[in-house]
Design a protein around this ligand. Sequence first.
Ligand SMILES: Cc1cc2nc3c(=O)[nH]c(=O)nc-3n(C[C@H](O)[C@H](O)[C@H](O)COP(=O)(O)OP(=O)(O)OC[C@H]3O[C@@H](n4cnc5c(N)ncnc54)[C@H](O)[C@@H]3O)c2cc1C
Length: 523
Amino acid sequence: MNHKIDFLIIGSGSAGLIFALKVAAHGKVIILSKSTMEDTATSYAQGGIAAVTYSPDNYEKHIEDTLKAGAGINDKEIVRITITESTERVKELIEWGTHFDKEKSGKFALAREGGHSEFRILHHKDNTGFEIQRALSEKVKAHPNIEVFENYFAIDLITQHHFNEEVNRYRKDIRCFGAYAMNERAGKVETFLAKVTVVATGGLGNIYQTTTNPLFATGDGIAMAYRAKAHLENLEFVQFHPTSLYNPGEKPSFLITEALRGSGAILKTRKGSVFMKKYHELGSLAPRDIVARAIDNEMKLSGDDFVFLDARHISKNEILNHFPTIYAKCLSIGIDITKDMIPVVPAAHYSCGGVKTDKEGRTTIENLYAVGEVACTGLHGANRLASNSLLESAVFSHRAAMHAIGIFRQMDFRENVPEWDAEGRVMNEEMILITQSKKELQAIMSSYVGIVRSNLRLKRAFDRLEILYKETEDLYDRSILSEEICELRNMINVAYLVIKMAMNRKESVGLHYSIDYPEKKEN
Ligand SMILES: Cc1cc2nc3c(=O)[nH]c(=O)nc-3n(C[C@H](O)[C@H](O)[C@H](O)COP(=O)(O)OP(=O)(O)OC[C@H]3O[C@@H](n4cnc5c(N)ncnc54)[C@H](O)[C@@H]3O)c2cc1C
């Protein structure tokens, strides 16, 4: 089956939905979602969205905090654009129906998170992302020009090489005409032809064993863009959240916000000793990457599978008022956090790198935009400042939409696009092979390409991945298509890119730490 639309958006998180709402007055839009519309990382965001709202905060302070977190390798122009447009974009989210918490005076109740020099996090209880997703989804569902296709798995972009005289840092000799996607219920691949295609597929956390990301976050957009020969950047910078709830078998891992440490919770070893002062003068309140590395080291030293977070000395009243979701979640597995310590473990949380885009969200492929976590705008550099990611989605989905509105009428649909070729795919794959390969991949990435890296560990990961790659490509070529085999293939592509980029970075900076190059390179 063929679909023809002006705008094809792959992904129904905040990035995809904001883009859709902006362009829908100008043309027909289809949004593809691999799962249900609301099953997104956006819905999981707890802390909030960073934006300059009241004095004494100002743009310069937020810019400085962002550059400091990113170890100075951020794109300074992109940082300035993001921060100076933050107030406007947040206003728009509010106009679209998002509720942020307010004080009795009527002013927004702003929170402060690690790395921020001011109170600037707008939030809705401890489920801000859910509230943003709710407001955007309602507007999208009500829009006559937008159709949402749930349980459609985008497999590959439709591209063609062509001659283009616009030669600059962005190669424009490949053009995108849409994507092939599998209708998961019917088990059929359909063709989506579009004047403009947007990749808004979110993160890649599931290439690791433990992640806070939803199950669908297997880096599909990165893998599709890589196969289409788009430029990718900074994938070695994977942010690990230091404290996810240790609850073996539960996926995704439940996040224990750092606000709990902000309220006084203390990290301890399984035997009960306080260890963070050995690593940083701020103890349990040290920056996120230092805490994650310290926990990783303590776990490797002791052989334990977790450390403890002790919140028992915080009053029950404060716990119930500020951390109701965490309290209820822990209680549901038999941990009363006012009486018991919480077992925690670091978890892959956010990808700072991705598909390289310019300040209009354009990739190096013509007519293809990337927005949200899948993109690498340059905002985060080597590390993301907390709550800057929802903001990045809002700013660059807006900018990409404005650019796309300006150009899409001059674009043609590509004619004679071949249907998805199922020739030669005769084998019913053995599910057990896919499940086991996925587990192997996650073990390789967690063991050798996690928080602390070295030349030897990366080489070992690379060699083991090569075997998995060959086996999986062979299986993919012969198998009748399924979401599982496509996902595994994408995860292997993405893992390869993370390892390769980590190997090329011969320094320790931000989220990339190598024991062979412990210092940051001087520029
Ligand atoms: C637990 C948690 C807490 C967080 N807290 C915060 C916070 O407080 N503040 C903050 O700023 N950020 C936070 N983040 C990060 C932030 O939520 C994400 O970076 C952001 O929401 C990503 O939005 P997105 O639209 O790019 O992707 P997502 O919201 O993840 O949406 C991705 C979409 O792509 C679709 N998709 C993926 N692959 C395919 C495919 N092959 N075919 C079709 N569809 C596909 C999915 O179905 C989904 O609809 C948090 C993340 C997590 C996991």
